[in-house]
Write a protein that binds this ligand. Structure first.
Ligand code: UAG
Ligand code: ATP
Length: 489
């Protein structure tokens, strides 16, 4: 596509050189530039991409998008915000692929992965090819691609949309992180349905205050008004029980459908019953009642099922299909995943890495545990430090014994993270074991037959980041091996 045509989608820009090269690729990394590329200078968290403009030109870039004038012999398009410009240009380059499918964005602190998986299943059952983009992977047709980010950078995102449309996807469900919204990764993306699950403390290293965090989430709902196809029917689907619901409703540039357990809402769960094997509820929509038996335990699972049901309903799916699929779905990998073993000790691996999600999971466990509850938990390095004592105190509140251990310490000293977590503890029923494998083994060895061990934080992850190195590590494999050894004793 010709450069001038490509940049005509930008609301404002300045360019002195009016040559009009044919652009054949888009690139934000100078190391990957090929002949014919348009290169974007992005001010990153670690380096300023403007430093690499000359290198990009030398590698064959035919034009550069920049936030400042640059001394190059190819056209330099100066914009106020390169990331947002990149997102719009990427959407234009791929011919606005998100407008050609029905796109649902799910945001909130917890539940995004679970809700998107439920929704994908519902759409597929209803006969619509559906793609999924999220923390675990991007999955559509026969493709499964690993994720670097929960919500990919715009260049990757728009290319994915293009490929999904090309492969016949009619629906896409995607997790939308507050980082992505704030950084403009989803700029130029045409959402049809925006879903809000909940908001609790997380990512305050990045957003600084809860209000800023909520404002970032609210961008998804205001973005409903910026579609390119005004005739498309759009909806905001909002958890009416969440204290931040009103903020999302106010931001919503589309009709709102609410769901709730405790408050009045368009779609409600009544007669909720949580048990060890799952949870059950009556899904109520006006005068229609459907009894749903989920295989996923906990009240939080009922919220996730309601979110998926309300979003699918907004997407035009009938209640019969929705109510058929919800009971069929087993828990998503690494979410309340029970480790199968011949040992009588129960071990559950869960991705809970916020104090709210940890509370929900432990509360659910406490409802059916007959013996002691032991929790193995850590907190990530180079991430929100304020949640460290909170995570520990939540673990302590619901457990008989706590093992504080490493969870991707990254550049930080693992011991220091554990000591900061320790500040949140008031009893002595805990120990600090930096080595995560040793902590899991210790918990298994300490347990009696009716005890339940929760290994929290990493869920589906199969790595541990220590310093600059990423090591293979899977809570589930370590737990299984420890349980098997225990069974043999
Ligand atoms: C902190 C953060 O958000 N970092 C993201 C960011 O990387 P960065 O800013 O560090 O990039 P950088 O290394 O400074 O580089 C700046 C620019 O220079 C370019 N460059 C760099 C070197 C070079 O030789 N040549 C060159 O051109 C780079 O390609 C880039 O364009 O831009 C990258 C590309 O988009 C992201 O992958 C990366 O996400 C990292 C992996 C990350 O961990 N992000 C987290 C905070 C995040 O976004 N998380 C949310 C989910 C949160 C949740 O709900 O759990 C998410 O959506 O993933
Ligand atoms: N609706 C919910 N409310 C509170 N906690 C939840 C909810 N759903 C899931 N959880 C808890 O949060 C954990 C993460 O769930 P899930 O992966 O679905 O959320 P997520 O929003 O995708 O998280 P992330 O943004 O970190 O990828 C689960 O393992 C569970 O402990």
């Amino acid at each position: 596509m010709k450069l001038q045509e490509l940049i005509s989608c930008l609301p404002a820009y300045a360019v002195e050189d009016d040559t009009n090269p044919e652009i054949t690729s888009l690139q934000m990394d100078s190391r990957k530039v090929q002949d014919g590329a348009l290169f974007f200078c992005i001010r990153g968290f670690t380096v300023d991409g403007h430093r690499f403009a000359k290198q990009a030109e030398a590698s064959g870039a035919l034009a550069v998008v920049s936030e400042e004038p640059l001394d190059l012999s190819v056209p330099v398009i100066v914009v106020r915000d390169s990331k947002r410009a990149m997102a719009l240009i990427a959407a234009r380059f791929y011919d606005f692929p998100s407008t050609k499918m029905r796109l649902t964005g799910v945001t909130g602190t917890n539940g995004k992965t679970t809700v998107t998986h439920l929704l994908q299943e519902i759409y597929m059952e209803a006969g619509f090819p559906a793609g999924l983009i999220g923390t675990m992977y991007t999955k559509y047709g026969n493709e499964v691609k690993p994720s670097v980010n929960t919500t990919p950078e715009s260049l990757i995102l728009q290319e994915m949309f293009f490929d999904m449309h090309d492969q016949g996807m009619e629906h896409v469900v995607m997790e939308v992180s507050s980082h992505a919204l704030q950084l403009g990764r989803t700029h130029g993306t045409d959402f049809d349905i925006a879903v809000f699950t909940n908001l609790s403390q997380d990512h305050l290293d990045y957003h600084e205050t809860m209000d800023e965090y909520a404002a970032a989430k609210a961008l998804l709902f205001s973005q409903l008004g910026s579609g390119y196809h005004p005739q498309k029917q759009k909806f905001a689907v909002i958890n009416g029980d969440d204290p931040y619901a009103e903020k999302m409703i106010t931001a919503a540039a589309a009709p709102v459908i609410t769901y709730a357990i405790d408050s009045q809402a368009d779609i409600r769960a009544e007669n909720v019953n949580v048990h060890a094997g799952g949870s059950a509820f009556d899904l109520v929509h006006y005068n229609r009642h459907f009894r749903i038996e989920l295989q996923m335990p906990g009240r939080f699972s009922v919220y996730n099922a309601l979110a998926a049901a309300a979003a699918a309903y907004a997407g035009g799916i009938g209640w019969e299909t929705i109510c058929k699929v919800l009971p069929e779905v087993k828990s998503v990998s690494g979410r309340f995943e029970k480790i199968a073993s011949s040992s009588p000790v129960n071990v559950i691996v869960d991705y809970a890495h916020t104090s709210d999600s940890l509370e929900n999971v432990l509360q659910t466990i406490s409802e059916f545990a007959n013996g002691n509850v032991r929790t193995v938990v850590g907190c990530g390095g180079d991430r929100d430090k304020t949640k460290r004592p909170l995570m520990a105190s939540t673990a302590e509140k619901w457990s008989d014994y706590v093992y504080l251990t490493s969870d991707n310490p990254r550049s930080e000293n693992p011991r220091t993270i554990l000591e900061e977590m320790e500040q949140g503890l008031s009893t002595s029923a805990y120990e600090l074991i930096e080595d995560r494998e040793k902590a899991i083994r210790q918990a298994v060895n300490d347990s009696g037959p009716d005890d339940v061990i929760l290994i929290a934080g990493k869920g589906h992850e199969t790595y541990q980041i220590i310093g600059e190195q990423t090591y293979d590590f899977d809570d589930r494999l370590v737990a299984k091996q420890a349980l098997e050894e225990l069974g043999m004793k």
